[in-house]
Write a protein that binds this ligand. Structure first.
Ligand code: GDP
Ligand code: IMO
Ligand code: MG
Length: 429
């Protein structure tokens, strides 16, 4: 059995799409296990970048199976648009895209509730895709699953039940509930036709594939600091991007995960609200945003940028059981004279070396930095670790020491081929 789980170690956008596309070369199946179309995973196809939101990042290879697990929340309209977009690029998904019958669907009222909730006391800065409300319905046991959406007998009753729960909130926001319901029922006719051929028991499919010794890649969305349990609550998403989420979200046992690879950006970014101890508000922050083209792949929002936070990444290594790290976007740091790394936090005279749970500490802590010299040389043509400038090598070695996991791979550009193994003997798939 060979499976590999790829996840983000920071606040998302670490480059998971590119990394999954890279490892997909060797995989037979690629499985998304949580999140929804809040994700934006960038791939390069025929020299043009584009973002996938729901479809696993293995889809560019015409012979790979791509599965959307039960832990994902699926906006069927958005999925249909994505399938049509791929078709326009001559990438067919027929016979190789599968969606769990137990995945929950995101419906228009989730999007409305998401917008209204953002006007409440705590603004999260969500992607506005209805993700939180869809997961909330799932937990409240009033959600509609893919299988429920397909079954005519029950659908309207389930819809009424889900809507009645939101009646006060939606009415107060001026939503015409009758029209909302009839629009959902009208759209459903077409969407059921579209959806049906893709639906199956993906957990069973994965199990059968593993028994046939197929190679499986599990693709996380978001990042460990956006995880509902291990992240900067409440400024998180509503699912579990961490490795444990793959068990519940793909319907597999923990014994089916051969190894966990953490994708880590050479600096830190975050989109939306919430604590960010190493955030930069100066020209270095702007430099990183420009060099790294740090604008959201889903919402286009400028990403907040800051120095590498080793407290965050060490936390991620622990909560995910990460055995290897893949460092991305080191190329974007070229030209910075002095690079800072955050090794701990300070709050009210106390030093924190582990990520704190207190929102007060997370918000007010100051970073403890160490400084290293940067590098001026281009790294776009490197073939091995030895080819890197000395200061870049030292930076990598220091990061892995602080993160307490080996940086075994390096990505130095957005293209698939701009990726190398930098540790001997590490074969993940
Ligand atoms: P994801 O959500 O983790 O898949 O990441 P995104 O796709 O949202 O954001 C990562 C961005 O960085 C995308 O535009 C990628 O094309 C780009 N990218 C990924 N790895 C590298 C890298 O090593 N160097 C550079 N310059 N860009 C990269
Ligand atoms: P990928 O997979 C970065 C952030 C939002 C917001 C919070 C909650 O591309 O790394 P949500 O819409 O999920 O309820 O928003 O989570 N967020 C992401 N940030 N990358 C993502 O996905 C994200 N998905 C959600 O900005 O702060
Ligand atoms: Mg992204």
């Amino acid at each position: 059995m060979k499976t590999l789980l790829v996840l983000g170690t920071q606040w998302g956008d670490e480059g998971k799409g590119k990394v999954v596309d890279f490892f997909a070369q060797k995989a037979d199946y690629v499985v998304r296990y949580q999140g929804g179309n809040n994700a934006g995973h960038t791939l390069i196809y025929e020299n043009t970048p584009f973002a996938l939101h729901l479809i696993p990042s293995g889809i560019l290879f015409k012979n790979k199976f791509c599965l959307i697990g039960n832990g994902v929340v699926v906006d069927i309209k958005s999925l249909k648009e994505e399938v049509e977009f791929l078709k326009s690029k001559k990438i067919s998904v027929t016979g190789r895209l599968f969606i769990s019958q137990q995945a929950h669907v995101v419906l228009p009222y989730h999007i409305l509730v998401d917008k209204v909730s953002e006007q409440g006391a705590i603004k999260i800065g969500t992607t506005g895709r209805g993700i939180g409300p869809a997961y909330a319905d799932k937990a409240k046991r009033i959600g509609i699953r893919v299988i429920d959406y397909l079954e005519d007998e029950n659908f309207e009753d389930l819809l009424d039940n889900a809507l009645s729960d939101k009646l006060a909130l939606l009415s107060a926001s001026g939503v015409n509930i009758k029209k909302l319901k009839s629009d959902i029922c009208r759209d459903r006719k077409d969407l059921v036709k579209f959806l049906k051929p893709f639906v199956c028991d993906t957990s069973l499919m994965i199990d059968e594939a593993i028994k046939k010794n197929k190679k499986i890649l599990f693709e996380s969305a978001q990042g460990s600091l956006l995880d509902l349990d291990t992240g900067t609550y409440p400024f998180v998403t509503s699912s579990n991007p961490v490795a444990g989420g793959a068990c519940t979200g793909a319907g597999i046992g923990p014994d089916k995960i051969s190894s966990v690879l953490g994708v880590v950006k050479a600096y830190t970014t975050r989109v939306g609200e919430g604590p960010f101890v190493t955030e930069l508000f100066d020209k270095t922050g702007e430099y990183l945003r420009q060099q790294g083209a740090e604008f959201g792949a889903t919402t286009g929002r400028p990403r907040r940028c800051g120095w590498f936070d080793a407290v965050v990444v060490r936390h991620s290594v622990r909560v995910n059981g990460i055995q290897n790290l893949l460092l991305t976007k080191l190329d974007c740091m070229r030209g910075i004279k002095e690079i800072k790394i955050c090794t701990a936090y300070k709050y009210k005279g106390k030093t924190y070396t582990e990520f704190p749970a207190s929102r007060i500490i997370e918000k007010n802590a100051k970073p403890v930095y160490e400084t290293m010299p940067g590098f001026e040389e281009s790294i776009s043509k490197i073939k091995s670790f030895a080819d890197l400038p000395k200061n870049a090598k030292n930076y990598i070695l220091r990061l892995e020491k602080l993160a307490q996991a080996p940086i075994s791979f390096l990505s130095y550009g957005p293209k698939r081929q701009e990726t190398i193994a930098i540790k001997k003997g590490v074969k993940l798939l």
